[in-house]
Design a protein around this ligand. Structure first.
Ligand SMILES: [Zn+2]
Length: 310
């Protein structure tokens, strides 16, 4: 509804969700600047973390720019001699957040490898997106304090809100789609492209509500989501994101004990179950609270965004 108002549209189609609501702040961000920002944003972890992080930034852990034949996107490969990060840095704020994200993965790999035996060092997929998303939230906090220009603030909040929509909200819809079709298979029901389209269209209507026009074409979107051809996976984006939001709030506004607890989680590898590790870090994923808190934070961002746009 806010998007509809900001974009001044009577009717909002699904494809309108892909148009930026706020003009990209036309300030190019150099890689040097991005490195400086991310390094500042993680200082609260203390000297051990910060020193390794700085070494990583300056010792060719990262393949930075686009290149002929290089794959797209971004990735952290875990730890061999040290972690390696692949990026396609584009001198933009968006790719600055990608740097924070991938270095978060890299440091999680580094810490778990340093403190655990080889068999226990690999963290499980349920916790994988916590360290990366948490560091993005720290960068968000750092940048919002650096420049109070309303346009810049609106841009950052919009980036943050889009993360909520695509990582928490939309992945829940994906998970529900997977759950429904797997239940049908378990009940010996036949899945045709028509039934899959119908289920997907209904979910889009349910999730996006009456303010968005769900065109027929969207019913086929399921076919291009690679995760639907793999094991049940997507819900972990939503849980990981919620855990990361809760933990980043503790890191930013809590005590030294909260920071220490989080660091022991990063060092934990797979020595305990993911839920136990996260509990040790300070968030209980067996309760609905982290998800509820994340939604509440999303609500407050929407309110803040509305008042800036006015
Ligand atoms: Zn990631």
């Amino acid at each position: 509804r806010v998007r509809k108002e900001v974009m001044k549209k009577d009717k909002l189609h699904m494809y309108d969700l892909y148009v930026p609501m706020v003009n990209e702040c036309n300030v190019p961000v150099s890689f040097e600047q991005a490195k400086e920002d991310v390094l500042h944003s993680i200082q609260l972890y203390g000297t051990e973390y910060a020193k390794v992080y700085e070494r990583g930034l300056n010792s060719r852990w990262i393949d930075v720019y686009e290149n002929e034949g290089k794959r797209s996107g971004a990735y952290s490969s875990g730890q061999r001699v040290h972690p390696f990060v692949l990026m396609n840095f584009a001198n933009s704020l968006d790719t600055e957040f990608t740097l924070a994200h991938e270095m978060g993965h890299a440091m999680h790999s580094y810490m778990s490898t340093k403190y655990q035996a080889p068999l226990d060092r690999h963290y499980k997929i349920f916790v994988a997106e916590v360290a990366s998303t948490c560091n993005e939230a720290l960068l968000m906090d750092y940048l919002r304090k650096q420049n109070t220009d309303p346009k810049f603030q609106a841009y950052l909040i919009n980036h943050f809100m889009e993360q909520f929509r695509t990582t928490l909200f939309r992945q829940c819809m994906f998970a529900e789609f997977e759950k429904i079709i797997n239940e049908k298979t378990a009940n010996n029901e036949v899945l045709t492209s028509d039934t899959l389209n119908q289920i997907y269209a209904d979910l889009n209507k349910f999730y996006y509500g009456e303010d968005v026009i769900v065109d027929d074409e969207i019913s086929m979107e399921w076919a291009r989501i690679p995760h639907f051809y793999m094991n049940f996976y997507v819900y972990q984006y939503a849980t990981g994101f919620s855990a990361a939001m809760a933990l980043s709030q503790k890191l930013l506004h809590g005590t030294q004990a909260d920071i220490d607890a989080y660091l022991s989680f990063l060092k934990g590898g797979c020595t305990k179950s993911p839920v136990e590790l996260l509990r040790m870090a300070g968030v209980d994923m067996a309760s609905p609270k982290p998800v509820e808190d994340a939604i509440e934070l999303f609500d407050s961002l929407i309110d803040e965004f509305k008042s800036i746009m006015k």
